[in-house]
Design a protein around this ligand. Structure first.
Ligand SMILES: Nc1nc2c(ncn2[C@@H]2O[C@H](COP(=O)(O)OP(=O)(O)OP(=O)(O)O)[C@@H](O)[C@H]2O)c(=O)[nH]1
Ligand SMILES: [Mg+2]
Ligand SMILES: [Zn+2]
Length: 366
């Protein structure tokens, strides 16, 4: 499994041990267990089943070789949670890093990141980076007033040029599994290099012309904040330019906006989408919700509606086609479905369709 000499006598075939997957690179899984980093391959069956093995996963190792520091990932332990972009498991918190300038702070994009974190069931933390580029105090105050004072998200302003500004952030990442997310060029890797210079993460340029980052970070890796502390880990992630909402149903979207919560239970219809419905309590209190937030809600709602339509069409197609089939055809389809079960993408589509059948409008997941 690696080019290191295989010392079979060092393999304890019976031994099993749990470790945490810190990174995946060139088909190898790097798993930390009891202070040792093992280079691992996947058990054949895991590959066959097409099971996702994610950075952050606890995995059971076997075929452990203490000489070559290699092992095999036998299985994945049940996850506490997963986040989708980037894909990570067992995360405690996500810090959304968005620069004040270069690239320019975009309130609707910020909402999209926050909503994604809410979707994973996690409490987002905001980090407004490159605070040294502020042209006035008012800029910072405006952001703080909306996100911290009105919405209650913890909001930090940082600059790698003002090292003291990192201290509050340092305090909240101790003892936790933290993920930094945010657009390319917002300074995630720079921030981490400041926190621990040993990380030596690659830092990119922000194009002057398009004011966008260069997608410098390519891989997700969990890094140990301190050498002998396996409980404080932080992940640098690649920035995304395009966060999609293609797994959310329209009735779920309002549940991701905490500023809607106080009102939405009083809407006349349980499937109210808070757009133009009569008896909508959110619209009645529209003045209490920031315009930018309501606009972000509408934008995401459009995508959720498109997703729902697409999923309905594909499930209808499948259902209609099935009814037309003769017995032989149905058998062939069953075999095809079984084969597809092993493929990740098709499994996901099937799950979406099942969820769609379960979720009539009005049965929103809260
Ligand atoms: N003025 C200023 N520039 C910064 C600060 N932090 C980072 N930068 C600059 O921003 C640019 C992008 O930084 P990166 O750390 O590579 O950004 P990133 O978020 O990791 O980007 P991706 O890996 O592409 O997602 C670099 O040129 C940094 O020098 C800061 O606090 N102030
Ligand atoms: Mg980076
Ligand atoms: Zn409503």
């Amino acid at each position: 499994m690696s080019d290191k000499p295989l010392d079979n006598q060092s393999i304890d075939t019976a031994a099993e041990r749990v470790g945490r997957l810190l990174k995946y690179h060139s088909n190898f899984y790097y798993v930390e267990s009891e202070g040792v980093l093992y280079e691992c391959a996947l058990r054949g069956l895991l590959k066959k089943e097409g099971q996702d093995v994610l950075v952050g996963d606890f995995v059971v190792l076997d075929s452990i070789n203490e000489v070559t520091k290699t092992a095999r990932v036998q299985r994945v332990v049940d996850r506490k949670n997963t986040i989708s972009r980037p894909k990570l498991a067992n995360v405690d918190q996500v810090i959304v890093v968005y620069s004040l300038r270069e690239p320019l702070f975009d309130i609707n994009q910020m909402d999209r990141y926050l909503t994604h974190v809410e979707l994973a069931g996690l409490e987002p933390v905001l980090c407004v980076s490159k605070a040294d580029l502020a042209q006035s105090e008012a800029e910072l105050e405006q952001i703080q007033s909306l996100y911290q004072d009105q919405l209650g998200y913890r909001t930090y302003f940082t600059s790698v040029r003002q090292p003291d500004s990192l201290n509050p952030l340092l305090a909240i990442i101790q003892g936790k599994i933290t993920v930094l997310a945010g657009p390319s060029g917002s300074g995630k890797s720079s921030l981490l290099n400041r926190i621990n210079p040993n990380f030596q993460l690659r830092v990119g340029e922000v194009s002057a012309k398009i004011a966008r980052g260069a997608h410098t970070t390519r891989h997700v890796e969990l890094l140990a904040l301190n050498a002998d502390d396996a409980e404080s880990l932080i992940a640098d992630t690649p920035g995304f330019s395009n966060l999609k909402f293609n797994t959310v149903l329209p009735t779920q979207v309002a549940g991701l906006f905490r500023d809607f919560q106080a009102y939405k239970a009083d809407c006349a219809f349980t499937d109210c989408l808070h757009v133009d419905e009569e008896g909508c309590a959110v619209l009645k209190h529209r003045d209490c919700i920031a315009d930018s937030r309501y606009q972000s809600y509408l934008d995401i709602l459009v995508e959720a509606r498109a997703y729902k339509e697409e999923a309905a069409v594909s499930s209808q197609k499948q259902e209609f086609g099935y009814k037309q089939l003769d017995r032989k055809g149905k058998e062939a389809l069953q075999i095809l479905r079984l084969k597809e079960k092993n493929r990740d993408a098709s499994r996901r589509t099937q799950k979406q369709q099942v969820r769609l059948l379960e979720l009539e409008d009005g049965d929103a997941i809260e």
